[in-house]
Design a protein around this ligand. Structure first.
Ligand code: GLY
Length: 418
């Protein structure tokens, strides 16, 4: 099977690395990829990852049997629809199903119909209505961009002025704002393969969205993650599938808008049970890096079965025992304007996944994005996986880079409580 992966982050590096282990894969390519993916997969040029015609032409020209779309932007733009219409299997939802991530209002509507617990929410699209709406929420205020914002559209604050300023910034930019009630409790990311009807959950993970230690500073695309969750009750995954994921999958199928691909449920484990913080329509980053580090089943076969509606015929998933932790190394300035173009050393080793990197003609690896690397450690338990990740990250050299020093620390110390 010839597999083409679309995207250029550490998630895509993790995807190509995992699929390179699958004996059914005869050729792998990544468009546009990064300096890390091109060590495992052929690098293909792609001017616009969200152009359905360009991606389809590339897949046809490269003779792909399966296209795996990593990021949400091309999915919301209809890339998977176009690839499938050309007769090529595609892992990723249609544009209308990707609205589960692309439109928070759509996601809320599906959840309401499916009786799935989530935060109370209001959309505000008129600045004149903002203050009255803010009065109906908070503290704590949760202010979100209704559309896609690469994880950076959310502000959670106890300060009314901070919440108001973020909402006004979004409204001034022409973006409707979603105000939500705050969901207390530890957060969980559960990825599920979904082929329209059948749901196969992967290992649960937790990510770290704030830029600074102790969850300080602004939100980012994600600064680290670990899997599985040593503190989680044994039935957590089956409970979430039964009470959240399967009802949403069934509701979308009943609407004639079936979801096929990776359904990412971001949840808060509240005192009243799991409640949805958000759905995403693709593998999450950086959780993918830890989940796939532990997967032992052949990934390409699973993604192909998902894409072709035959997931139910796949054997039970197999996992390595033990844990994985990833630490994201970010460029100076991230999540604001990142400094680019610095030489990185120490990144050409196992366990270092590339995100914003590119190769210079002389072979040097340069920083080319805000999140630059995702360093993965594994071990027989979470403490040893964490030690492994931090031992590897200190070997990386990138001027001005920063990373969190507390990824998975509370879980190792037994301080994550339900
Ligand atoms: N880990 C957050 C995301 O992928 O959106």
């Amino acid at each position: 099977m010839r597999v083409l992966v679309i995207g250029s982050g550490a998630r895509e590096h993790a995807l190509v690395l995992a699929m390179a282990q699958d004996p059914s894969v005869t050729a792998l390519a990544c468009a546009s990829g990064n300096a890390g993916t091109q060590t495992v997969a052929e690098k293909l040029g792609l001017a616009d990852v969200a152009d359905p015609d360009e991606v389809t032409a590339l897949a046809r020209q490269w003779r792909a049997d399966l296209v795996v779309v990593g990021p949400e932007v091309p999915l919301v733009a209809g890339v998977a629809d176009a690839v499938r219409a050309d007769g090529i299997a595609c892992f990723g939802p249609s544009a209308s199903a990707a609205a589960i991530e692309g439109s928070k209002a759509f996601a809320k509507d599906v959840m309401a119909s499916a009786n799935v617990r989530t935060a109370r929410a209001e959309i505000v699209d008129n600045p004149a209505h903002l203050d009255a709406a803010l009065d109906r929420f908070g503290p704590t205020w949760v202010v979100k961009d209704d559309g896609l914002a690469a994880g950076k559209g959310v502000v959670v604050s106890d300060d009314l002025e901070t919440a108001r300023a973020h909402a006004m910034m979004l409204l001034d930019g022409g973006h409707p704002v979603l105000l939500e009630s705050f969901l207390d409790g530890p957060e969980v990311s559960l990825f599920c393969l979904v082929d329209g009807t059948t749901v196969r959950p992967l290992l649960p993970a937790q990510d770290f969205k704030r830029v600074g230690d102790d969850d300080t500073g602004p939100n980012t695309g994600g600064m680290g993650a670990y899997a599985p969750l040593p503190w989680a009750p044994e039935n957590l995954v089956s409970d979430i599938v039964a009470s959240v994921v399967q009802p949403v999958v069934d509701e979308m199928a009943a609407r004639g808008n079936p979801f096929s691909g990776l359904l990412y449920a971001g949840l808060a484990l509240t005192s009243e049970g799991p409640a949805v913080v958000e759905f995403n329509c693709r593998f999450g980053d950086p959780e993918t890096q830890v989940v796939l580090a532990l997967l032992r089943s052949p990934l390409a076969a699973l993604l192909h079965a998902t894409a072709t509606g035959t997931l139910g015929e796949q054997p039970e998933l197999e996992w390595a025992s033990g844990s994985a932790v990833t630490i994201v190394v970010a460029a100076d300035g991230y999540p604001g304007t990142p400094r680019l173009g610095d030489v990185i050393t120490g990144a050409e080793v196992d366990g270092v996944l590339h995100a914003g990197t590119r190769l210079r003609d002389d072979g040097a690896v340069l920083s080319a994005g805000g999140r630059v690397l995702s360093v993965v450690g594994t071990g027989s338990d979470l403490a040893s996986a964490r030690e492994d990740a931090y031992r590897r990250v200190v070997e990386v050299r990138l001027p001005g880079c920063h990373y969190r020093t507390d990824i998975a620390l509370k879980a190792v110390e037994g301080k994550v409580v339900l």
